[in-house]
Design a protein around this ligand. Sequence first.
Ligand code: GLC
Length: 548
Amino acid sequence: MVQWLYMERWTQVNGFYQIYPRSFRDSNGDGTGDLKGIIEKLDYLKGGEHSLGIDAVWLSPFYASPMADFGYDIKDYYDVDPIFGTLEDFKQLLYQAHARDIKVMIDLVPNHTSDEHSWFKEARSSKVNEKRNWYVWRDPKPNGDPPNNWLSVFGGSAWTFDEISGQYYLHSFLSKQPDLNWSNEEVRLAMREVMAFWLDMGVDGFRVDAVRWLSKDEQFRDNPSNPEYDPKIDTDPAHAQTQLYNRFGKELFSYLKELTTLVEWYKDRIIVFEDYPDDHNKRLGTRNYQYLQFYKQVDSKVALPFNFDGMFTAWGADNFRRFITSFQESLEPGYAPAYCFGNHDQSRLISRFGEERARLVSMLQLTLPGLPVIYYGDEIGMEDVTIAPGEIQDAFELQVPGRGLGRDPQRSPMQWSDELHAGFSTHTPWLPVSSCSVARNVATEQETPQSWLSLYQSLLALRRKYAVLRHGRYSEGKGNTDKLFVFKLEDTLNRCDVILNFSDDQIDYRLDRNYDYGYSSLKGEMAPQGQTCTLSSYEGILLVKSLS
Ligand code: GLC
């Protein structure tokens, strides 16, 4: 029996895959992906010939929505948007996924609804409506200005004046996404009812959106300006303020605990929190400290935060080693890491690092313990797509144009084949398909040795075979330099050494032991080679040695 170091739920999950439903597979030829399209592709994810080999998916929102923020503006938490299909389709998806032993996590967006949600329509109808206090309303300043200086994540004031009732309402994101009032117990109960509905249906967990905004300063004080903000370097206008008061209020963790208490009742269900550490608000502590609070102060038996540092760490063996070692060493027993190296809000891995380097970083992600979160398409080497002015869809780009903040480039259609529209749809897709789809697509890569896909398939298969990769004890290995990042994972059965060459030099690495199995990110399986391994530029190798 091996000792389990991390969370005791989802222990068999070796790969966790994010699907952005609009962009995965269009089954009905309208140019937008849908739930039936996801069902069609389940065999690709697990079980089929040449499948990827993940065993959990997270679906970005598919709830009924006017799509101002592509589903992160929900108008009915209990239904599926017709563009994606029906509730029956979702039940079918759940059934089919579970038949293949794939867990299904759904997105929960608790901080805000759509302004078209019936709760908000009622709330705005009059100051005395019983839903009024479900949202955040304040009177204008005497001169008519917004109640305070808080900024929306998507640009401009976080307050919109409502002509109907003569007050401002708060929206931390778009004006079409009014913030719910989480200090109101009825709201918190309503959200737990939503969760119970989906848990009872059988979903395996929630990715909980934008959690730090749930709790705000009770006095609604103005945020101070950020003394470090330099608009020439930082393109995001929301960083002009230190966001002291509009988020991360003192009730945050107690609210989140209410959610985990519910989830704990259900067997093998989990919650993953979305929270980007704030580097400007010094009161919150270091990035690791901020991540750790989501384990310590909530419930690490069922919940964990994504670790997003893989999306912001600058290239270099030292940088990646510092990031991983410091985080691993700060974890206490039972805390599971979820390393996220890409998602629907950030530029893709290849576009950040270039192909050779991105391959090495992918190997790093898939050899770290915990839940590696793979963004759809990263496994075939998809790149950010260039969006022409007339093709812009994302409201962030429309509101704060020309600063590279738009998220359309990383949301382009999945590349299934080299056919028209990359086999995603028979219709012109909602976002353009990348020109790289001719070479990089699932069908071609399934036939190509050493393709991107084969790297992911091999490493995921190794994670399945060797539990040490999912839950081993991490420590730095010998021979770390500014070119090499070396670490090892151990459990009672196996030891696994991972040696990553972050440089474009060829490097000889001296092994201190033989190994039973070897894998190279460039060459695939490696026969045992004696005492020295030669790593080509940007090559990573993994060596497993049985301890029994
Ligand atoms: C999260 C989502 C993002 C969305 C925002 C508002 O950050 O990942 O896509 O726009 O929350 O819900």
